[in-house]
Design a protein around this ligand. Structure first.
Ligand code: SF4
Length: 495
């Protein structure tokens, strides 16, 4: 379906288009037009007069036309008025579209952002009690009670790990991105590279990373900044040979690892890149957490989604990690994979629980543009299995909770099936520090290597600016000097 949007002021589009996409999944949303092919037109107009705003909305399609109008009073101070007016426009539009569809649009109400728990932390910072937070989420943001309770639960679980302003000025985390994978999984939109020729491709990457790691390391050392956690991700960092992993860690030990470093994680996501010897090397290098990601334990699905491993490979990798003495293991799962429903999810959950990993992360398949699977599935299938996906997430969640796992961080994505969430469970005391800091955005994270994102957090108001390293290894290697300079500038601007 093609939907034409006419908003006044035009700036409303930023806050509303995601809500419209959620209401009509799979639809194409345009601002230019109207044109003959548009099957629906949505008009929203906002007028502000002092402390009063008037909203008019109209939805017209082949089924007819419906409209609504409302007036609201603005309660906040002048600085808050803009945000408040936009929030009311979202509430109004949510009501209009729900009426047109004859159902609620989303269990998350008007919250369409990636990090909904941050909102809860803001209310808790202001001293609101848990009852008040639940009420605000349901009444003002229109969340279903179960989602409001989930957000609050996650916030209360991860809150003890958030830094205060003084700590956040001197304690950062570090991310290293290795932008290569042994093959491409069909659902992945990560446009990094499939490793074809180790020698010719890894050598320049290691050289560029050494430059970046050394330069940034000098800066943080000179400025008395310590590193709380290090996360080596990708891609698939375990495509690196043991010799290259050892070289990489010697750079990190030189300038980043100190007594303040509480956690070192390596994404050992693909069992087809692991061996007992490699995991022993990681342990020797000080790695205390690895992610071994099955996604599913059904061999036929693994084959379909282009993973070069099977269930046995996953079990073997977990055994090797334990033999190597690595303390914590995370396992990622995906709900909504093709051909999978409750039966396959139940099989995966049972097999995974037997492995007794410390962390279990449940992802809801996000069919991003650019993934091979999005191309294969086509738009017509995106809406089809929403109910199954929802049931799958609930199944994993219930089974994990029964075994003592608790949710401790979560985030949402665009293009996510069933408008659900990615949610991490862990045994109490086994939380991943890096993931908490990265999701809640209360700590500066310096990302280095291909595809690495850096986040620079201003502790005054917890505002954020980012630098993204190119995912393409060649482009990354060519731009490393510029990237170092941009990160120096960002770090200097924090002081
Ligand atoms: S291993 Fe991860 S990053 Fe690599 S292609 Fe598969 S999903 Fe994408």
């Amino acid at each position: 379906m093609l939907i034409y949007c006419d908003f006044e002021p035009e700036g409303l589009y930023d806050g509303l288009h995601e809500l419209i996409r959620t209401a009509y999944p799979g639809a194409e949303i345009r601002r230019e037009g109207p044109c003959a092919e548009s099957e629906m037109t949505i008009r929203i107009k906002l007028l502000q007069n002092g402390k009063k705003i008037s909203l008019y909305g109209e939805v017209s399609s082949g089924m007819g036309k419906m409209s609504d109008e409302k007036e609201f009073g603005l309660a906040g101070d002048v600085a808050e008025e803009h945000n408040e007016a936009r929030k009311l426009a979202r509430v109004f539009t949510y009501g209009l579209l729900s009426k047109q569809l004859g159902r609620d649009i989303s269990s998350y109400g008007i919250l369409t952002g990636v990090r909904p728990v941050k909102l809860v932390h803001r209310f808790l910072d202001r001293g609101y009690d848990t009852g008040a937070v639940l009420q605000i989420l349901q009444k003002e943001y229109l969340l279903e009670e179960s989602k409001a309770r989930l957000l609050l639960e996650v916030a209360l679980n991860d809150r003890p790990y958030l830094l205060n302003k003084d700590e956040a000025e001197k304690l950062i985390s570090v991310y290293i991105g290795i932008p290569y994978c042994p093959s491409r999984c069909y659902y992945c939109s990560f446009p990094g590279a499939v490793l074809k020729d180790y020698e010719s491709e890894i050598a320049p990457l290691m050289k560029a990373m050494a430059k970046e790691i050394n330069a940034m390391g000098e800066y943080i050392k000179e400025n008395g900044i310590s590193v709380q956690s290090i996360y080596i991700g990708g891609g698939t960092p375990t495509v690196l040979s043991e010799a290259d992993l050892t070289r990489l860690f010697s750079l990190l030990y030189d300038k980043y690892v100190s007594e303040a470093t509480a956690e070192i994680t390596v994404e050992a996501g693909r069992p087809d890149t692991l061996s007992l010897s490699k995991l022993r090397t990681l342990k020797m290098l000080g790695v205390d957490r690895v992610c071994i990601n099955p996604q599913t334990m059904n061999d036929s699905t693994l084959k379909l989604i282009g993973r070069n491993h099977d269930e046995k490979g996953v079990v073997q990798s977990v055994e090797w990690a334990r033999q190597a003495g690595i303390k914590k293991i995370n396992m990622d799962l995906i709900v909504g994979l093709p051909g999978e429903d409750i039966q396959e999810n139940t099989y995966t959950a049972k097999k995974i629980l037997k492995l007794k990993a410390d962390n279990l992360t449940v992802h809801t398949l996000a069919l991003k543009r650019g993934s091979l699977m999005a191309e294969l599935e086509g738009k017509s299938r995106i809406e089809e299995r929403l109910r199954e996906v929802q049931k799958g997430v609930e199944l994993f969640s219930n089974l994990f909770r029964e075994q003592g796992y608790i949710p401790y961080y979560m985030y949402r994505q665009k293009y996510m099936k069933a408008n659900m969430e990615n949610i991490a469970f862990a045994m109490q005391g086994s939380f991943c520090l890096y993931n908490i800091q990265m999701i809640e955005e209360r700590q500066t994270i310096i990302g280095m290597g291909g595809g690495a994102a850096s986040k620079f957090v201003q502790t005054g108001d917890w505002s954020l600016s980012s630098v993204h390293n190119p995912k393409n290894p060649k482009t990354y290697c060519e731009s490393v000097e510029k990237l170092i300079k941009r990160k120096f500038d960002k770090l200097q601007a924090l002081n």
